[in-house]
Design a protein. Structure first.
Length: 258
């Protein structure tokens, strides 16, 4: 399975100020659901080869069927000659519950019970507390949409999308036998953050398995997931965040003061 709408680490149009250090997080892409099934499991899948909108419909439908998952994640950002790798494990449960525990940077965490998002930066000794139910809206809908089918719908409202080539689905890596539908996304309104994205959708499962995003400054972000476990039992208590005694709390860091 894949997971890509939940990740909250890339960069959209929200700036975070923790201890006067500018950091960027993404809250729009969130539910990539990496499929462990290979193309060989279904030799003759039914496709609408000519319509990216039909592929998107099937992606949305697939996500509504997922109740929970766990996975390992890897995020790589490239900006000029600087390459940064982040990785760890994540949990997701329906109704916007997410948990990302980082092994690199060690100790960092992103946790949400669907109502409040916590972003803990161990190095800074600071935690951002974001109210996801604030009445902040733009032309595309609520600014903060928890990991949900609504969040996925919002992504495709904010971006134009099309197949990146006429050959669909296709192989993208000689070492990977999976056939992918590859969607190129272009931000409808240039408001900062990710201006372009590429989604790699498993042509058998219709799960987004990988994604690449580009901002207007030339920064590239790649995200992928592995070791997926779908619809496992996950206790709600795992999505409660416990603040360490010395951590500085920054309220609503994803909202501009203007």
């Amino acid at each position: 399975m894949s997971i890509f709408w939940t990740i909250v680490i890339l960069e959209e149009n929200f700036s975070v100020n923790l201890s006067k250090i500018r950091l960027s997080f993404t809250f729009a892409i969130a539910i990539l659901i990496l499929s462990s099934a290979s193309y060989a499991e279904e030799e003759n899948p039914s496709h609408n080869w000519h319509s990216p909108s039909e592929v998107v419909k099937k992606v949305k439908k697939k996500f509504t069927e997922i109740k929970s998952y766990s996975a390992d994640f890897k995020i790589t950002t490239t900006e000029g000659k600087t390459i940064r790798n982040m990785n760890g494990t994540c949990l997701y449960k329906k109704d916007g519950k997410i948990r990302y525990d980082f092994t690199s940077p060690e100790g960092d965490a992103i946790v949400s019970d669907g109502k409040t998002l916590w972003i803990y930066i161990k190095k800074l000794g600071a935690v951002g507390k974001q109210d996801l139910e604030l009445d902040k809206k733009n032309s595309s809908g609520p600014v903060f949409t928890s990991a949900s089918p609504e969040g996925l719908n919002r992504l495709f409202r904010k971006y134009h999308y099309k197949f990146d080539t006429t050959t669909q689905p296709r192989l993208i890596d000689d070492k990977d036998p999976t056939l992918y539908f590859v969607l190129a996304l272009d931000q409808r309104e240039k408001i900062g953050g990710f201006e372009k994205m590429t989604l790699y959708i498993d042509s058998t499962s219709y799960l987004v398995r990988k994604a690449t995003a580009y901002d207007g400054r030339g920064k590239e972000t790649n995200i992928s997931f592995s070791n997926m476990d779908l619809n496992r039992e996950i206790e709600d208590g795992l999505f409660n965040f416990h603040i360490s005694g010395n951590a500085k709390i920054v309220n609503n860091p994803l909202v501009s003061e203007d």
